[in-house]
Design a protein around this ligand. Structure first.
Ligand SMILES: NC(=O)c1ccc[n+]([C@@H]2O[C@H](COP(=O)([O-])OP(=O)(O)OC[C@H]3O[C@@H](n4cnc5c(N)ncnc54)[C@H](O)[C@@H]3O)[C@@H](O)[C@H]2O)c1
Length: 419
């Protein structure tokens, strides 16, 4: 038997999930090679160039590299264990398995008798047994297989990878045992064991649950808009009921998981009405917001609006703008030929140019706050005489605004007479 600490682990995909996991494994004593098909990413990592907003990750990365337990390559390396953490995007509301397919084929090239393959990527039910296993079976050797979906959230990735409870689904008892041993080296949460397909489904249930509950909050926002009440206030009071826990409305959902994963559960199932409806409601929010903004400009007879967009990250205090509803909002405003200035304190790479907050606000007639970054909560907007700010997150107060600026949230704009 190979001693646990001598195990070699090749981690495929040096992204938001794969890199921290590789660092944790290396620090636990495994010999880890981080593999990515993105050559530039690998070159940068080899030169120890790595920027992140994740607390503790840079330090952990440097420690792992220094210990010589972590190295990087853009070529697949033979190992005892292969951990796949590559993207699983949706295409036409179906899972697109092209990255998983390529990664599995790469593993298959070097797979040896007795190796363990762990899939961390989020996948649709039966992907491990019907897709991944079929590729690996072509080798006609005995190997072990597990699925260990990732539950961490950007901004708290490291903390959550370590402390969250973990589900391991596996092909057989030996695969379960081997995988548990590996995760136990850095997971402080409880580890629960099940089969491959249940583990795949559990991950999708979690994100569909979130999506459905956010859709309910967004529906409340739309109804509140008509009634003329602040939905956050109403939700806060409703949540005082011991068995009620409604989430907060907002500009829609973003990120790599929640807008995408429910489709993996719903695809091919006409029964999945709730899940699809939630997707529809959450996807409708950007259009809904732009229509409210349009109405505000029309009321003020502003024909060519100049507007600042505050925040493009999909959630507070992170640099992740994947699937952000901000892009849909910006695109809809661009279609209307509005002059838009976009700002975000964290996001470095974005498809449209970003400016500082001051520059975005200067000469703008209005602003729309998309992301609840902490800096916006305390920012003094008083020197910018905006006509209005639409706060889609309900984080601003009138005290921080110029007296000339109207503060709008859901529920505020239509029923002034009820106030
Ligand atoms: N980011 C999150 O918060 C999060 C949370 C839970 C689950 N997940 C899931 O984890 C998986 C990975 O997500 P991520 O956010 O880390 O993705 P990411 O886009 O940050 O990184 C994926 C990396 O994989 C690389 N890659 C693609 N194909 C490859 C291959 N064949 N071999 C090696 N590298 C390859 C890409 O170049 C990229 O660097 C996805 O299935 C995602 O749904 C992500």
């Amino acid at each position: 038997l190979i001693k646990e600490t001598a195990l070699k682990i090749s981690v495929l995909g040096m992204g938001y999930m794969g890199l921290p996991t590789a660092c944790l494994l290396a620090n636990a004593g495994y010999k880890v090679v981080g593999i990515d098909i993105d050559k530039k990413k690998i070159e940068a990592l080899q030169k120890k160039k790595f920027e992140t907003t994740e607390p503790g990750l840079k330090e952990l990365f440097l420690k792992a590299v220094k210990s010589k337990n972590l190295s990087f390559s853009n070529q697949i390396q033979p190992a005892d264990v292969f951990l796949i953490a590559v993207p699983t995007p949706a295409k036409n509301n179906q899972i697109d398995l092209k990255y998983v397919e390529l990664a599995t084929k790469m593993v298959s090239e070097v797979l040896q008798e007795g190796n363990l393959v762990i899939l961390e990527s989020t996948v649709s039910p039966n992907t491990c047994t019907q897709f991944l296993k079929k590729i690996l079976d072509k080798k006609q050797i005995k190997y072990f297989l597990a699925h260990c979906p990732e539950r961490a959230i950007p901004g708290r990735t490291l903390y959550e990878i370590i402390n969250n409870d973990r589900i391991i689904g596996a092909l057989d008892d030996q695969s379960r045992k081997m995988t548990k041993e590996i995760y136990q080296s850095f997971v402080k949460g409880k580890i629960y064991l099940t089969d491959l397909t249940t583990a795949e489904t559990v991950k999708l249930l979690e994100n569909s649950f979130r999506d459905i509950n956010i859709a309910f909050a967004n529906e409340i926002a739309k109804i509140s808009q008509k009634i003329g009440i602040n939905p956050w206030e109403a939700i806060k009071l409703a949540n005082l009921h011991p068995r009620v826990n409604i989430l907060n409305p907002g500009p829609g959902v973003g990120g790599h998981c929640i807008p995408v994963d429910p489709w993996f559960l719903a695809q091919n199932h006409p029964e999945a009405k709730f899940i699809k409806l939630a997707r529809e409601i959450n996807d409708s929010m950007p259009d809904y917001i732009v229509k409210i903004l349009e109405q505000e400009f029309q009321q003020r007879k502003i024909k060519k609006p100049k507007i600042a967009v505050l925040g493009v990250a999909y959630k507070a205090n992170v640099d992740d703008s994947r699937e952000t509803p901000a892009t849909k909002i910006i695109d809809k405003m661009k279609k209307r030929n509005w002059q838009i200035k976009i700002t975000d304190p964290f996001v470095k790479k974005y498809q449209y140019p970003l400016v500082t907050l001051g520059k975005a606000l200067k000469n703008s007639e209005a602003a729309v706050l998309i992301t609840d970054h902490s800096v916006y909560r305390n920012f003094n907007f008083q020197k910018y005489p905006l006509k209005f700010i639409f706060d889609t997150r309900n984080i601003l107060t009138k005290e921080n605004l110029s007296p000339k600026t109207k503060l709008l949230t859901f529920g505020d704009s239509l029923n002034e007479d009820l106030k």
